[in-house]
Design a protein around this ligand. Structure first.
Ligand code: HEC
Length: 188
Protein backbone atom coordinates (compact mmCIF):
# COMPACT_ATOMS: atom_id res chain seq x y z
CA UNK A 1 0.00 0.00 0.00
CA UNK A 2 2.85 2.39 0.76
CA UNK A 3 4.29 1.98 -2.73
CA UNK A 4 0.86 2.68 -4.17
CA UNK A 5 0.77 5.98 -2.34
CA UNK A 6 4.16 6.92 -3.72
CA UNK A 7 3.03 6.13 -7.24
CA UNK A 8 -0.14 8.10 -6.67
CA UNK A 9 1.77 11.10 -5.33
CA UNK A 10 4.16 11.05 -8.27
CA UNK A 11 1.19 11.00 -10.58
CA UNK A 12 -0.44 14.05 -9.06
CA UNK A 13 2.28 16.16 -10.60
CA UNK A 14 2.66 14.37 -13.91
CA UNK A 15 -0.92 13.81 -14.99
CA UNK A 16 -1.22 16.90 -17.12
CA UNK A 17 1.60 18.01 -19.31
CA UNK A 18 1.37 21.75 -19.61
CA UNK A 19 -0.34 22.49 -22.90
CA UNK A 20 -1.60 25.80 -21.96
CA UNK A 21 -0.02 28.39 -24.23
CA UNK A 22 -2.63 30.92 -25.25
CA UNK A 23 -4.05 30.11 -28.63
CA UNK A 24 -5.42 32.35 -31.28
CA UNK A 25 -8.68 30.41 -31.50
CA UNK A 26 -10.70 31.18 -28.35
CA UNK A 27 -12.86 28.08 -28.89
CA UNK A 28 -9.79 25.87 -28.87
CA UNK A 29 -8.61 27.47 -25.64
CA UNK A 30 -11.99 27.02 -24.03
CA UNK A 31 -12.32 23.40 -25.20
CA UNK A 32 -8.85 22.59 -23.92
CA UNK A 33 -9.58 24.05 -20.49
CA UNK A 34 -12.88 22.17 -20.16
CA UNK A 35 -11.36 18.86 -21.34
CA UNK A 36 -8.39 19.20 -19.02
CA UNK A 37 -10.58 19.76 -16.00
CA UNK A 38 -11.68 16.10 -16.12
CA UNK A 39 -8.41 14.16 -15.48
CA UNK A 40 -7.50 15.78 -12.14
CA UNK A 41 -11.03 15.23 -10.81
CA UNK A 42 -11.12 11.64 -11.98
CA UNK A 43 -7.70 10.99 -10.65
CA UNK A 44 -8.46 12.36 -7.21
CA UNK A 45 -11.48 10.04 -7.03
CA UNK A 46 -9.50 7.07 -8.29
CA UNK A 47 -6.66 7.67 -5.84
CA UNK A 48 -8.99 8.02 -2.89
CA UNK A 49 -10.70 4.77 -3.84
CA UNK A 50 -7.45 2.88 -4.40
CA UNK A 51 -6.22 3.93 -0.96
CA UNK A 52 -9.56 3.01 0.61
CA UNK A 53 -10.40 -0.24 -1.14
CA UNK A 54 -7.44 -1.12 -3.40
CA UNK A 55 -7.57 -1.46 -7.19
CA UNK A 56 -10.41 -3.95 -7.39
CA UNK A 57 -12.59 -1.72 -5.18
CA UNK A 58 -11.74 1.30 -7.33
CA UNK A 59 -13.19 -0.40 -10.42
CA UNK A 60 -16.80 0.14 -9.40
CA UNK A 61 -15.98 3.69 -8.33
CA UNK A 62 -14.50 4.35 -11.76
CA UNK A 63 -17.55 2.89 -13.45
CA UNK A 64 -19.95 5.04 -11.45
CA UNK A 65 -17.93 8.18 -10.86
CA UNK A 66 -16.46 8.76 -14.33
CA UNK A 67 -19.81 9.53 -15.99
CA UNK A 68 -20.99 11.44 -12.93
CA UNK A 69 -17.96 13.75 -12.96
CA UNK A 70 -18.23 14.17 -16.75
CA UNK A 71 -21.91 15.05 -16.29
CA UNK A 72 -21.07 17.71 -13.71
CA UNK A 73 -18.49 19.30 -16.01
CA UNK A 74 -21.00 19.25 -18.88
CA UNK A 75 -23.58 21.00 -16.75
CA UNK A 76 -21.16 23.68 -15.59
CA UNK A 77 -19.51 24.32 -18.95
CA UNK A 78 -22.16 23.66 -21.60
CA UNK A 79 -19.81 21.21 -23.39
CA UNK A 80 -20.66 17.52 -23.76
CA UNK A 81 -17.74 15.54 -22.39
CA UNK A 82 -16.80 11.85 -22.33
CA UNK A 83 -13.93 9.43 -22.81
CA UNK A 84 -13.41 7.18 -25.82
CA UNK A 85 -10.90 4.52 -26.81
CA UNK A 86 -9.93 2.38 -29.79
CA UNK A 87 -9.90 -0.52 -27.29
CA UNK A 88 -12.83 0.27 -25.04
CA UNK A 89 -13.43 -1.24 -21.64
CA UNK A 90 -17.00 0.07 -21.49
CA UNK A 91 -17.95 -0.22 -25.15
CA UNK A 92 -21.46 1.16 -24.61
CA UNK A 93 -19.97 4.41 -23.34
CA UNK A 94 -16.58 4.68 -24.92
CA UNK A 95 -16.81 3.55 -28.54
CA UNK A 96 -15.54 6.44 -30.69
CA UNK A 97 -17.55 7.81 -33.60
CA UNK A 98 -15.90 8.20 -37.02
CA UNK A 99 -14.36 11.61 -36.26
CA UNK A 100 -13.00 10.45 -32.87
CA UNK A 101 -11.72 7.19 -34.33
CA UNK A 102 -9.79 9.05 -37.04
CA UNK A 103 -8.33 11.40 -34.41
CA UNK A 104 -7.27 8.49 -32.15
CA UNK A 105 -5.66 6.68 -35.07
CA UNK A 106 -3.77 9.84 -36.04
CA UNK A 107 -2.63 10.26 -32.39
CA UNK A 108 -1.24 6.69 -32.36
CA UNK A 109 0.69 7.38 -35.57
CA UNK A 110 2.06 10.68 -34.31
CA UNK A 111 3.10 9.09 -30.99
CA UNK A 112 4.79 6.24 -32.89
CA UNK A 113 6.65 8.89 -34.91
CA UNK A 114 8.01 10.37 -31.69
CA UNK A 115 5.59 13.10 -30.61
CA UNK A 116 4.83 13.34 -26.89
CA UNK A 117 1.47 11.63 -26.30
CA UNK A 118 0.55 14.11 -23.57
CA UNK A 119 0.58 16.93 -26.11
CA UNK A 120 -1.64 15.33 -28.73
CA UNK A 121 -4.92 17.13 -29.31
CA UNK A 122 -7.23 18.16 -32.11
CA UNK A 123 -9.88 20.87 -32.26
CA UNK A 124 -12.12 21.57 -35.20
CA UNK A 125 -15.29 23.35 -36.23
CA UNK A 126 -17.60 20.87 -37.95
CA UNK A 127 -20.81 22.35 -39.30
CA UNK A 128 -22.61 23.91 -36.34
CA UNK A 129 -20.38 22.25 -33.76
CA UNK A 130 -16.92 22.65 -32.28
CA UNK A 131 -15.24 19.36 -31.41
CA UNK A 132 -12.05 18.72 -29.47
CA UNK A 133 -10.16 15.57 -28.43
CA UNK A 134 -7.16 15.20 -26.17
CA UNK A 135 -5.07 12.03 -25.85
CA UNK A 136 -4.82 10.27 -22.48
CA UNK A 137 -1.43 8.57 -22.10
CA UNK A 138 -0.95 5.52 -19.89
CA UNK A 139 0.96 6.27 -16.71
CA UNK A 140 2.28 4.02 -13.96
CA UNK A 141 -0.92 4.22 -11.92
CA UNK A 142 -3.03 2.99 -14.85
CA UNK A 143 -1.18 -0.31 -15.21
CA UNK A 144 -2.89 -2.04 -12.28
CA UNK A 145 -6.12 -1.93 -14.29
CA UNK A 146 -4.95 -1.43 -17.91
CA UNK A 147 -1.47 -3.04 -17.97
CA UNK A 148 -0.09 -6.41 -19.06
CA UNK A 149 -1.58 -9.57 -17.50
CA UNK A 150 1.28 -9.93 -15.00
CA UNK A 151 0.69 -6.37 -13.75
CA UNK A 152 -2.97 -7.00 -12.91
CA UNK A 153 -3.81 -8.88 -9.73
CA UNK A 154 -6.17 -11.87 -9.84
CA UNK A 155 -8.72 -9.85 -7.82
CA UNK A 156 -8.68 -7.02 -10.36
CA UNK A 157 -8.90 -9.51 -13.24
CA UNK A 158 -11.93 -11.12 -11.61
CA UNK A 159 -13.63 -7.76 -11.01
CA UNK A 160 -12.93 -6.65 -14.58
CA UNK A 161 -14.33 -9.80 -16.13
CA UNK A 162 -17.41 -9.52 -13.94
CA UNK A 163 -18.16 -5.88 -14.89
CA UNK A 164 -16.69 -5.87 -18.41
CA UNK A 165 -16.87 -9.30 -20.04
CA UNK A 166 -15.89 -7.68 -23.39
CA UNK A 167 -12.99 -5.68 -21.91
CA UNK A 168 -10.37 -4.75 -24.51
CA UNK A 169 -8.52 -2.23 -22.34
CA UNK A 170 -5.61 -4.25 -20.94
CA UNK A 171 -2.11 -4.97 -22.26
CA UNK A 172 -0.99 -1.33 -22.31
CA UNK A 173 2.50 -0.05 -21.49
CA UNK A 174 3.40 3.32 -20.01
CA UNK A 175 3.36 6.08 -22.62
CA UNK A 176 0.86 4.40 -24.93
CA UNK A 177 -2.37 6.23 -25.65
CA UNK A 178 -5.20 4.69 -23.62
CA UNK A 179 -7.89 6.83 -25.22
CA UNK A 180 -9.03 10.40 -25.33
CA UNK A 181 -11.25 12.94 -23.69
CA UNK A 182 -13.71 14.14 -26.27
CA UNK A 183 -15.85 17.23 -25.98
CA UNK A 184 -18.26 19.07 -28.24
CA UNK A 185 -20.52 22.10 -28.23
CA UNK A 186 -23.13 23.43 -30.62
CA UNK A 187 -22.15 26.91 -31.69
CA UNK A 188 -24.64 29.74 -31.41
C1 HEC B 1 -8.85 0.95 -10.47
C2 HEC B 1 -8.75 0.57 -11.86
C3 HEC B 1 -8.41 1.60 -12.89
C4 HEC B 1 -7.31 2.41 -12.94
C5 HEC B 1 -6.16 2.49 -11.94
C6 HEC B 1 -7.42 3.16 -14.17
N1 HEC B 1 -8.56 2.82 -14.83
FE1 HEC B 1 -9.18 3.51 -16.64
N2 HEC B 1 -10.87 2.45 -16.47
C7 HEC B 1 -11.19 1.62 -15.43
C8 HEC B 1 -12.57 1.17 -15.56
C9 HEC B 1 -13.31 0.26 -14.62
C10 HEC B 1 -13.06 1.79 -16.73
C11 HEC B 1 -14.45 1.68 -17.33
C12 HEC B 1 -15.31 2.83 -16.79
C13 HEC B 1 -16.72 2.82 -17.32
O1 HEC B 1 -17.42 1.82 -17.11
O2 HEC B 1 -17.10 3.83 -17.95
C14 HEC B 1 -11.98 2.57 -17.28
C15 HEC B 1 -12.10 3.33 -18.41
C16 HEC B 1 -11.11 4.16 -18.90
C17 HEC B 1 -11.26 4.99 -20.08
C18 HEC B 1 -12.52 5.14 -20.92
C19 HEC B 1 -12.53 4.30 -22.15
C20 HEC B 1 -12.89 2.85 -21.93
O3 HEC B 1 -12.04 2.03 -22.30
O4 HEC B 1 -13.98 2.53 -21.40
C21 HEC B 1 -10.07 5.65 -20.24
C22 HEC B 1 -9.72 6.61 -21.36
C23 HEC B 1 -9.22 5.25 -19.14
N3 HEC B 1 -9.88 4.33 -18.34
C24 HEC B 1 -7.94 5.72 -18.94
C25 HEC B 1 -7.21 5.48 -17.80
C26 HEC B 1 -5.94 6.09 -17.53
C27 HEC B 1 -5.20 7.03 -18.49
C28 HEC B 1 -5.54 5.66 -16.29
C29 HEC B 1 -4.32 6.04 -15.53
C30 HEC B 1 -4.07 7.44 -15.28
C31 HEC B 1 -6.56 4.76 -15.80
N4 HEC B 1 -7.56 4.68 -16.73
C32 HEC B 1 -6.51 4.10 -14.58
C33 HEC B 1 -10.38 1.25 -14.40
C34 HEC B 1 -9.19 1.87 -14.08
Amino acid sequence: MKSLLIVAAALMTSWIAPLAQANEDPLLDEARKVAMSLPPKLQATLQAEIVKSDFQGAITACKEMAPKIAGEISKESGWKIKRVSLKARNDARATPDAWEKAALEAFDKRAAAGESPAKLEKGERIGSEYRYVKALPVQALCLGCHGKPDQITPEVKAALSQHYPQDQATGYSEGEIRGAITIRKTLP
